[in-house]
Every structure is written in C-alpha cells, then in structure tokens.
Write a protein that binds this ligand. Structure first.
Ligand SMILES: NC(=O)c1ccc[n+]([C@@H]2O[C@H](COP(=O)([O-])OP(=O)(O)OC[C@H]3O[C@@H](n4cnc5c(N)ncnc54)[C@H](OP(=O)(O)O)[C@@H]3O)[C@@H](O)[C@H]2O)c1
Length: 262
C-alpha cells in the first residue's frame, strides 16, 4: 500500500506518550517529517523524536497546551516556519481532567460547571483550534488529511462523568461539517474512535479486567496503541483516496467499561 507520505509534514498532537507516540513513529516509518507536541513531558517527546530519527526520519518537538489555546496556533506556525507547511493533522492531544481517563465513580452532579467549560474548551474547541491553524496551509497545497481522535465513550457513554464524552462526540459534528467545507480543496477529514486501548501511559490494569473487556469485542482482544496508529495512518495518508466525514471505530470500541461507581 502506497501511503504517499514521503517528506509530507505531519503534525501529531499529544505525541509524547500513548496512541500519539505510536502514531508519530508510524508516520516516521513512512518517511514523513513528523512534528510532535507535548504538554508536561518534553523528555518523553524528545525520546519519541529520537526514535523517529534513529529510524531515518525527521522529527520536530513543539509544546502545545489545550488549556492555553493560543499555543495551538503558535505550535502549528512553528511547524510551518520550519518545514514550509502542514499536510496532515492528527488531533490526538487530550485533556483528561485528572491523572488519566475519566473516573466512572464520579457522580454527574459533582462535576462543576468550570470543569465542563475546561473540558469542552480543551477537547472540542481545542480540536477546532488545531484545524483552524493547519487549514490555510493545506488549502494552499490543495491536499490535506485530518484525523480527529475521539473515543467510543462519545457514542456509548460511560457511567459518571459527562464532559469528556460530550466533548469527544462534538468531534463528529466538526468532522461532518468540515468534510463538506474542505473537501473541495482536497482535504479529507475523519474521526477515529478508539475503545479501551492498551498503552504504556495508563496505570497497570488487572488482567481479570482486561480479559473481561476483551471478551466483549469481536476479536476477543483489546487494541494496543500500534493498532490505533495503523488505522490513523491509513486515514491520514495518500492511501486514503476519498474517504471523508466518517467515524471509524476500532475493534476495542465494543469493549464495555465495567461500572465501578457506587
Ligand atoms: N487510551 C485509551 O484507551 C483511549 C480510548 C479512547 C480514546 N482515546 C483517545 O486517544 C487519544 C490519546 O490517548 P492516550 O491514552 O494515548 O493518551 P496519553 O497517553 O495520556 O497521552 C496524552 C497526550 O496528550 C498530552 N496532553 C495532556 N494534557 C494536555 C493538554 N492539556 N494540552 C495538550 N496536550 C496534552 C500529553 O502530553 P504530556 O504527557 O507531555 O503532558 C500526551 O502527549 C486521546 O485523544 C484520547 O481521548 C484513548
């Protein structure tokens, strides 16, 4: 499969760990120039960049903070100034609002409105900010690929917290509208909705739980970060000729998180 990514400029946000890091490595292996963003962990981002460079690719590390939206455009401009434009955006960075994925034991009414605003601002408006920052460059080239990383929680929900899933479901509307608006300029935009994904960034999970989750999926296994990265790579490459405005669920998205709340 020809991904036609050689020397293309790819911006993967939130690529210091997890799915973003795996995605950045996957683009590097295709010969793309890969810009990766971090928020708190520059050393982890530098490690990913070193791995890309060791494999013969080019990498650029930039800070981007979804809780400080001007940094989104600043990060994109740094990439454009360094490499002349941006061909592919993978909007992967996430504000979890805690140490990791949402805690299903939290009661809805205990989430403050400030937290709602912070979550929607970072994870939905933050995605729009990423798109705004890269679109002019893509339009001028008459080619672009955008992949927005959502979550199975957007459709399936999760007991307890609402803001994360609400922000992630907003990405569907964003992609659908943008597909129409940008398609005439050769820009394809799609959403990937991973389910429960095994990454090195989350705390270890007892096997009894991962086995239970896996048993609810068609393939009886949970995806890892590389599985999701390969899906993103296809959608965000020249191998994707004309698929746009779609939501692609990976195999793990059928896994149902156990209700651990009261
Ligand atoms: N893992 C899953 O099971 C799963 C399931 C469904 C959907 N997803 C989605 O997949 C994407 C990646 O998830 P992951 O599990 O791979 O995440 P992760 O390993 O926790 O990585 C999150 C990334 O986002 C960055 N980040 C954190 N807070 C940020 C902020 N406020 N502004 C900008 N960047 C920030 C982190 O940078 P630093 O570490 O440098 O701070 C890191 O690079 C997310 O969009 C998530 O919603 C994940």
């Amino acid at each position: 499969m020809d991904t036609a990514l050689k020397d293309r400029v790819v911006l993967v946000t939130g690529a210091s760990t997890g799915i973003g890091a795996a995605t950045a490595r996957a683009y590097g292996q295709e010969g793309a120039r890969v810009a990766i963003t971090y928020r708190n962990n520059p050393e982890k981002a530098e490690k990913v960049a070193s791995e890309i460079e060791a494999a013969g690719g080019q990498a650029l590390v930039v800070r981007l903070d979804l809780e400080d939206l001007p940094t989104v455009e600043e990060a994109a401009n740094t990439v454009i100034e360094s490499w002349g434009g941006i061909d592919v955006l993978v909007a992967n960075a996430v504000r979890w609002g805690g140490d990791g994925p949402p805690d299903p034991s939290v009661r809805f009414e205990h989430v403050s409105l400030d937290e709602w605003q912070a979550m929607i601002s970072a994870n939905l408006i933050g995605a729009a900010a990423q798109v705004r920052a890269v679109l002019p460059s893509m339009r001028s080239r008459g080619w672009g690929r955008i992949v927005l990383i959502s979550s199975s929680v957007a459709e399936e929900g999760l007991p307890g917290p609402g803001p994360y899933g609400t922000a992630k479901s907003g990405l569907y509307g964003l992609a659908r509208s943008l597909a129409w608006e940008a398609g005439r300029d050769g820009i394809l935009v799609n959403v990937v909705a991973p389910g429960f994904t095994l990454t090195h960034s989350r705390p270890p999970i007892p096997k009894i739980i991962t086995d239970k989750l896996a048993s609810g999926t068609p393939t009886r296994r949970l995806s890892d970060a590389d599985d999701v990265a390969k899906l993103v790579l296809f959608l965000g490459s020249g191998a994707n000729g004309n698929l746009t405005g779609e939501i692609v669920r990976d195999g793990s998205s059928a896994a149902r998180a156990p209700h651990v709340g009261p």
